[in-house]
Design a protein around this ligand. Sequence first.
Ligand SMILES: Nc1ncnc2c1ncn2[C@@H]1O[C@H](COP(=O)(O)OP(=O)(O)OP(=O)(O)O)[C@@H](O)[C@H]1O
Ligand SMILES: [Mg+2]
Length: 450
Amino acid sequence: MASNAPAGQREGESSDQAPRRDRIELSPLPPEANPADPGFEILLKDLAVGFVSTSAMEVDAEIDRWLGRITSFFGADRSSISQRTPTGFSVTHCWAREPKHLPTLGRDERTFPHIAAAIGRGEPYLFPHVDDIPPDHFEEREAVRTEGIKSHVSVPMVVAGQIVGVMSVSFMRSECPWVAGISRRIELVVTVIGNALARKTEAAERRMTARALAHAERIATLGQLASSFAHELNQPLAASLTNSDSALRLLDRKPPDLAEVREALVDIAADMRRAGDIVRELRGYLRRQNMKVEAVDLGRFATSVTRFLLPEARRRGVDLRIDVASGPRSAAVDRIQLQQALVNLALNAFQALEGAPAGRRRVTLTFGAPVEGRFPLSVADNGPGVPESMRASLFAPFATTKPEGIGLGLPICRNIAEAHGGTLEYTPSPSGGAVFSFSVPVATGPAHGR
Ligand SMILES: Nc1ncnc2c1ncn2[C@@H]1O[C@H](COP(=O)(O)OP(=O)(O)OP(=O)(O)O)[C@@H](O)[C@H]1O
Ligand SMILES: [Mg+2]
């Protein structure tokens, strides 16, 4: 085991440090270990079977569920999975017996530098008793004291030879002298979980590629649309230019031919009306495009949007919250368009939080109670808010402050909001951050479908 093995090991526990054996070694378990569970082998088999039949989208929920069962099985009080990010490890799943056992906010590898170092080397880190923490591991001693941990084990999560994360199990109510034995079992558990997470990451990458393709397609479609409308607009604009040139010439005549000037101006006005119609047609087209309004239950809809956004939020260390008002929830919306608007706004919010400290990134999607026949919806973040320089052109196409941005997200969202009879507004949040809000109509009939 770990670099701290001698410190974490007591006399008589050397068997846990022995080379790995083929059979799982069952050391005595605490009396409170789930008595209904006949043994670790059954737990491991259930775990493996559970994850094999879990779709990539459901892996996170399945891990959350399993952490509870695993923690109870070991008689522990908290367990967590942290995944490796470009800047270190970040907690992505956690289960605690009681809220007071949840990890403190803002902790990262600086809080546990020696644990992070051991995991980075591919070694577990454990201590059956706080006194077993090596004396020079000051940070761990301090963190353990503030969190009230009595015994602990962290095991690296290795997938395809790479350390991709860590699973930690902590005991808070009483010490657990057999953490070394538990460590061997967690190695097996974490292999199953690591492979499931790898499958989920691959699926998320495939989805991101699909989204990037859809983005490119959107731009190509808009490009084609723009060029065909530009072509149509060109005709009345060119005619107006010719008519205004001739009107000027007619005015220069001595005496000026006012009757002909009048005719030219009448033509110009007609062409301008036609140009106005073309622009209105374009806006109408963009709004109506594939619009399919149906009665949608906003509660269920909120759950499906969250499920879609959660992997990205977790990857970015964002605490994603959904707030759905109780009461009537049937809205008359185009489900796909509404999802597109909320996802665009949430992605903007996630991106705005990139510079925020880990553990303080929060995005809240609110589905409010109806006001005058409309449900207010909003996406709020606690990032820096829209930069002053962007405010005037915020909803204009191609306005962006991002190196990779196109500046179409917000204009598309506003179009969607307008297609639902409202508009999209930005308000800086009083507590810092951005709030984008709009509203959708209450449906007359009951909601059906997903
Ligand atoms: N939640 C937010 N917090 C701070 N600034 C924001 C937020 N949402 C949008 N912005 C600002 O508004 C700009 C325009 O956003 P928009 O979604 O239209 O385009 P984009 O995100 O830059 O590119 P893309 O077309 O890929 O979405 C952003 O570049 C950013 O400067
Ligand atoms: Mg955007």
